[in-house]
Design a binder for this molecule. Structure first.
Ligand SMILES: [Zn+2]
Length: 243
């Protein structure tokens, strides 16, 4: 499922393909996506990511606001099935989304501001810290997924970061000491930056230390990885070295 790194990679690709270009055609193949018919001729002035959202800023002030949902992705050669295609003189971006949970909508700058204002800080922004965790007794893994506390982290990168930081995902967030918060912050930055560096091939080449490794030996201490459910989500950790 796309989290901050995948969305960042997607936004960078869209930026290099669509940034500064005039929209020549918008083909909507899925009627659930309702887009206005007057996007043709508009220029895409800027493309940015905030949390798990991608914003295509248009020269008339409107934004095409995209959330990739569970399986959304953009391809630049026509895939067998796609929900939407945005064409410029230089090529076409195809929105592929087999599970159909992604969203694409056109909003005003003000509407976008309201939507994005609900998000917590960006982990990769200067000055980011985990002070937000001191105000919740929820398990740290559940708190990390709360987009209002921190934007962009999802299930995979939360469990990976907790493994790197040697922290048990069940620990109440407000019980982490300063040293653990420092380790966790460092681990979050490490897993996110490493994932972004994979680039567009991420889904083919990425490997995990603990995510989706139930029953397999921990890379650090050989204890079998456990899977539990926290906040309704499958959560992987090592009972041997994540205390
Ligand atoms: Zn271990």
């Amino acid at each position: 499922m796309p989290e901050l790194p995948e969305v960042e990679i997607c936004a960078r690709q869209l930026s290099s393909r669509l940034g500064g270009k005039l929209i020549r055609q918008v083909e909507v193949r899925d009627r659930k996506l309702r887009l206005p018919s007057d996007l043709m001729g508009r220029k895409v002035t800027e493309i940015c990511r905030r949390g798990k959202f991608i914003s295509l800023r248009l020269d008339d002030g409107r934004r095409i606001l995209i959330h990739l949902g569970m399986t959304g992705w953009f391809e630049f050669t026509p895939p067998p099935r796609y929900r939407l295609a945005i064409s410029t003189d230089d090529g076409t971006a195809y929105f592929e989304d087999p599970r159909l949970f992604g969203e694409v909508r056109v909003v005003s700058a003000k509407q976008e501001e309201t939507i994005l204002a609900k998000l917590g800080p960006e982990p990769l922004s200067p000055g980011f810290d985990l002070a937000c965790l001191q105000h919740t007794r929820r398990p740290v893994k559940v708190a990390l997924l709360d987009q209002r506390l921190i934007a962009g982290i999802g299930n995979m990168y939360a469990v990976e970061a907790l493994w790197h930081a040697h922290i048990n995902p069940k620990r109440p967030a407000n019980r982490l000491n300063e040293d653990e918060l420092r380790r966790l912050k460092r681990s979050i930055l490490r897993v996110l930056q490493k994932a972004i560096a994979y680039g567009p091939e991420i889904y083919e080449v990425q490997t995990f230390k603990v995510y989706d490794r139930k029953g397999k030996p921990c890379y650090r201490c050989r204890t079998p990885i456990q899977r539990i459910v926290l906040g309704g989500r499958g959560t992987y950790f090592c009972p041997g070295c994540q205390r």
